[in-house]
Unconditional design. Structure first.
Length: 292
């Protein structure tokens, strides 16, 4: 009698290529004598893992490490096939249909590559992409609605995507008109400041729902305008904020290290004004030590 493990190993040896080998591994993990953990998963239980793996791909891109990127792309590819396997088990669709559908969609939406459309202008390509997407929706009996299917995105990415969509429909600032964008930015800052009032102080007392909504509205308008500026500068607001957050983390760690070597650790000063003053002086020193 052949051992179960040997049978599984033979199935992997007979896989036609790496893609089919991974697909076979995914199937084996879900089978009755497979992995109990994998067998216990469903569409919903794997959502967080899917988001985590996608984030790790992004982190690998940022790291510039090709080996790390290869590994993280593999993890993400496995989850795509895992979801396909779950769908196959429920009789919803086959993995092959997923790849066939996306292939057909890419060919349809690239008529400048696979068809007769003559253009190499990126803005024109994106405009045509949106038109073809809307045509697909109408063919399915759906009426396209601006901004739909974007609510799941991180806020900065969603704002940039929405602004870009509006721009492709012709609603945007004139290219290079940064003066107008900065004017709007200043106006939004003024509106937020006016809403807060000259005597506003953050306290432990909860804000009324109406007051919180008004402040969130004004702060949101300001952030939306900042994203607009980044878009016109061809700079990702999401990536910019991520870089600044990482920079602050690195500086704050050095601040903590420097504070621990002080005769009196500034973090331990009870007087708020003195503590903040001492920490600010030390923070500026930490910044200047690295040149920025």
């Amino acid at each position: 009698m052949t051992a179960p493990g040997s049978e599984k190993a033979l199935r992997l040896q007979n896989a036609a290529d790496p893609f089919h080998r991974l697909k076979e591994i995914t199937a084996i993990l879900r089978e009755p004598d497979g992995c109990e953990w994998d067998r216990a998963q469903d569409f919903h239980s794997m959502k967080e893992g899917l988001l985590e793996e996608a984030s790790e791909v992004v982190a690998a891109v940022e790291s510039g490490d090709p080996e790390n990127l290869k590994e993280e792309l593999g993890d993400l590819a496995f989850l795509v096939l895992f979801y396909c396997r779950l769908a196959e088990e429920k009789g919803l669709f086959r993995a092959a249909e997923v790849y066939e559908a996306v292939s057909d969609k890419l060919v349809f939406r690239h008529p400048h590559v696979f068809g007769d459309l003559q253009t190499s202008d990126q803005k024109e390509i994106l405009k045509n992409w949106e038109k073809l997407k809307e045509r697909e929706q109408r063919a399915r009996g759906e009426e396209p609605r601006f901004g739909e299917k974007t609510g799941h995105l991180p806020a900065l990415i969603r704002a940039d995507k929405i602004q870009s969509k509006a721009s492709r429909k012709g609603f945007d600032w004139k290219r290079g008109d940064l003066a107008s964008i900065f004017s709007v930015l200043r106006s939004e800052i003024d509106e937020l400041e006016a809403e807060l009032g000259a005597t506003y102080e953050a306290t432990d007392s909860p804000l009324s729902d109406m007051r919180r909504d008004r402040i969130e509205d004004e702060l949101g308008d300001l952030l939306f305008s900042v994203v607009n500026l980044g878009r016109h500068l061809a700079v990702s607001s999401e990536r910019s904020l991520h870089r600044s957050t990482e920079k602050f983390i690195e500086r704050f760690r050095r601040l903590e290290e420097a504070a621990s070597t002080e005769e009196v650790n500034p973090f331990g000063i009870e007087n708020e004004a003195e503590r903040l003053g001492a920490l600010e002086r030390l923070y500026q020193k930490v910044k200047s030590d690295r040149g920025h």
